[in-house]
Design a binder for this molecule. Structure first.
Ligand SMILES: [Zn+2]
Length: 237
């Protein structure tokens, strides 16, 4: 299926690209298909070299305005994402073309500029603040996770606190739960939602309706928490 430029509303939302984790990189996507959470395996990277020429005019803030294109056989839409380093990642779906991708980018230059500006002005923690917060996270997060695990009659085999760039937490098939130290920067209710989200993966390692029913039962305010993460999550990086 080939998308026409008219199919691309300027929606800012997160894409659910990561199956068993909570992505927090904001993305913009075209609306070719109903939203579904599916892992998208990279197939061909095109072009891979940093020589890829940007269709975006250089700006004083970002003289290189780097853009790179990635083809995903399983992607259903064009996707834009401004990376941590300011590069724009453009995902071309199956059946898509570089020409359409350029047009998609051209239609969303405002969003790209806003996103880059936002990333530049996001809250900056000093080295010392970061160090202190990470120490706190290593103590507080596992303690709270175990508390919630007991409450929901679940057993956590292993928990670690990390400095993930793209997720708030994850749960492996072996029951290992990994948490982002930045959870200590969030309101308690949001942090608890992330912990419950990962804990419920011990029951179901997917994002099926049945899974979300478990989350809803354990964390009735989960919708508000997810909204908070969408709105405020990127500024915590
Ligand atoms: Zn999940």
């Amino acid at each position: 299926m080939v998308a026409s430029p008219a199919d691309f509303p300027a929606l800012s939302r997160y894409s659910g690209l990561v199956q068993l984790a909570l992505p927090f990189a904001p993305t913009i996507e075209s609306s070719l298909a109903p939203t579904r959470v599916s892992p998208i395996a990279p197939t061909t990277v095109y072009p891979l070299a940093p020589t890829s020429v940007s269709p975006i005019a250089p700006t004083p803030e970002d003289p290189l305005a780097p853009v790179y294109f990635v083809r995903h056989r399983r992607a259903r839409r064009y996707l834009l994402r401004v990376e941590h380093d300011g590069r724009l990642r453009v995902t071309i779906p199956r059946g898509g073309s570089r020409r359409e991708a350029d047009a998609f980018v051209a239609r969303h230059l405002d969003w790209v500029a806003r996103e880059r500006a936002r990333l530049q002005t996001r809250s900056q923690l000093s080295f010392e603040e970061r160090h202190t917060l990470r120490q706190r996270a290593r103590i507080e997060l596992p303690a709270r996770l175990l508390e919630l695990a007991v409450l929901h009659d679940l057993t956590v085999t292993r928990v670690s606190v990390r400095n993930q760039r793209t997720r708030w937490g994850s749960c492996g098939r072996d029951g290992h739960i990994s948490l982002n130290w930045r959870l200590v920067l969030m309101p308690m209710a949001v942090r608890d939602y992330v912990l419950v989200h990962e804990l419920m993966h011990l029951r179901r390692l997917d994002h099926s309706r049945a899974y979300w029913r478990l989350v809803a039962a354990a964390c009735p305010g989960y919708r508000e928490a997810r909204q908070w993460l969408r709105t405020n999550g990127p500024s915590l990086r």
